[in-house]
Ligand binder design. Structure first.
Ligand code: SF4
Ligand code: SF4
Length: 196
């Protein structure tokens, strides 16, 4: 029938509109409590739910991905930073917009070693696809959650160098606990397989 599709579409909009107020009343006066936010943002949540940013801010889910960072492990005794990256260059090859540059470190004889001397990511070109993190064989590059990177200029602050990119494994564990645990379990299995 003519116009039936439009009517159906509008009824969906109307449903969301009404449900928004019903849910607001249901959670009144704690509409922004942790419990309310968790439910209302989930797939079971009904109506539309927004917050008054920047006064209020929604937590991002674990799978959220924004500009990658490089992981380092800390030696328990000496506290020395052990950079996981081996400068293999796989991430640079799979990066669709080619925004990663790596310079391999050299030993005193000028022979290349498995470590980056320099590592840059142009964060204005990065499209947050996560390919680098997916393909890295050493779990050394991980997608971050920090999305507040707006600035007034780009060359000074938006080309991240090795120093800016490095973050400890404890931070990785904090923002991606499930992925971190899975990967650690995978590594343990791999080690056991080698020992057998
Ligand atoms: S981050 Fe991973 S893929 Fe990229 S160079 Fe380092 S080890 Fe290789
Ligand atoms: S997230 Fe995607 S675009 Fe950004 S550096 Fe990694 S591969 Fe490149």
């Amino acid at each position: 029938m003519l116009g039936l599709g439009i009517a159906k579409g509008l009824s969906v909009t109307l449903k969301h509109f009404v449900e928004t107020y019903i849910e607001d009343l249901r959670y009144f006066p704690r509409r922004y409590s942790e419990e309310a936010m968790e439910f209302r943002q989930s797939v079971k949540g009904r109506g539309l739910f927004t917050v008054q940013y920047p006064e209020q801010e929604l937590p991002v889910p674990e799978s959220f991905r924004y500009i990658p960072f490089l992981v380092y492990d800390e030696d328990g005794e000496s506290g020395e930073k052990k950079i996981r990256c081996t400068a293999c260059g796989i991430c640079t090859k799979v990066c669709p917009p080619q925004c990663i540059w790596i310079v391999r470190a050299k030993d005193e004889k000028g022979k290349p070693v498995s470590q980056p001397a320099e590592f840059y990511i142009d964060i204005d070109i990065c499209m947050n696809c996560g390919f680098c993190a997916e393909f890295c064989p050493f779990d050394s590059i991980v997608m971050d959650h920090n999305w507040k990177m707006a600035d007034y200029e780009r060359l000074e602050s938006h080309i991240f160098d090795l120093h800016t990119l490095l973050k400890p494994a404890s931070y990785y564990q904090q923002i991606r606990p499930v992925q971190y645990a899975e990967r650690q379990a995978g590594k343990k299995k791999e080690r056991k397989g080698k020992e057998v």
